[in-house]
Design a protein around this ligand. Structure first.
Ligand code: T5A
Ligand code: NA
Length: 215
């Protein structure tokens, strides 16, 4: 069977990490790089704050509204399910998606809260069945380093106690995760971009069948 470039599926690339780890900056650079390489690329981010569910999440993160912990957790997940089918369609149509935060943030931030303390296992359940990333890049940075970067502290989860806990939980999650690359995000923007390009290039070489997130 012929495998023309035009009929090849796109990849689902997820970029994860702490607040201010440089996810959005790196998503932009990766998008430019892959476009230059001839890929069709689309950028999406979670939370997607402009949908009806996204507006509820935005108000919660800014501190203008409150939500029960399980309830807001399920809204974050629903915000991904809203676009799950369109993600699958794009990939089938040859578009590579660069996703700024995904299910890993979803599970980890909820489980990092002190009260009532949702377990990581409970928090992961609503993510099961969502499109599975081909590669997940975890931008690793110390909580202290992240706090030095611009704009930290404005939103709900941006305090060092929460971020330190988030960092530990991300590690727990990624130790079990195949296709997860831990990137040292404490380096310069250009250096981090090169690490990411190398990891993503190797991912394109072994692109297999699409799948869904599992337990
Ligand atoms: N959340 C999210 C949940 O609780 N559940 C969920 O399901 C999801 C999806 C908002 C919050 O929502 C939580 C997690 C979050 O607390 P968000 O909208 O993605 O999530 O907001 P942030 O992650 O806070 O986005 P940031 O923009 O703060 O972080 P980024 O994208 O990691 O960082 P970036 O690229 O914007 O860079 C931040 C600053 O650092 C500089 C940049 O120039 C910028 O000033 N910078 C660097 N400086 C030095 N060296 C480098 N290598 C640098 N890279 C970037
Ligand atoms: Na961001």
């Amino acid at each position: 069977q012929a495998s023309h470039e035009s009929t090849r599926r796109g990849a689902l690339i997820v970029v994860e990490g702490l607040d201010r780890a440089g996810k959005s900056s790196q998503c932009e650079r990766l998008g430019d790089y892959l476009t230059e390489q001839g890929h069709s690329v689309k950028y999406i981010r979670f939370p997607a704050r402009t949908t009806p569910i996204g507006k509820l999440i935005d108000g919660y993160l800014r501190g203008s509204t409150n939500q029960e912990d399980h309830a807001i957790h399920l809204l974050f997940s629903a915000n991904r399910w809203e676009v799950a089918r369109s993600i699958e369609e794009d990939i089938a149509n040859g578009i590579t998606l660069i996703v700024d935060r995904y299910s890993y943030s979803g599970a980890v931030y909820s489980a990092a809260k002190a009260n009532p303390g949702l377990s990581l296992e409970w928090a992961w359940q609503p993510e099961i069945g969502l499109p599975r990333p081909d590669i997940c890049l975890f931008l690793s940075i110390s909580a202290e380093e992240a706090a030095k970067r611009g704009g930290f502290g404005a939103e709900r989860y941006e305090n060092e106690t929460m971020q330190t806990r988030v960092r530990e939980l991300f590690r727990t999650l990624f130790e079990r995760q195949e296709d997860a690359y831990i990137i040292d995000a404490g380096n310069s923007i250009e250096y981090v971009a090169q690490d990411i390009q190398a990891a993503v290039s190797s991912c394109f070489q072994r692109l297999g069948a699409t799948g869904s997130l599992r337990t």
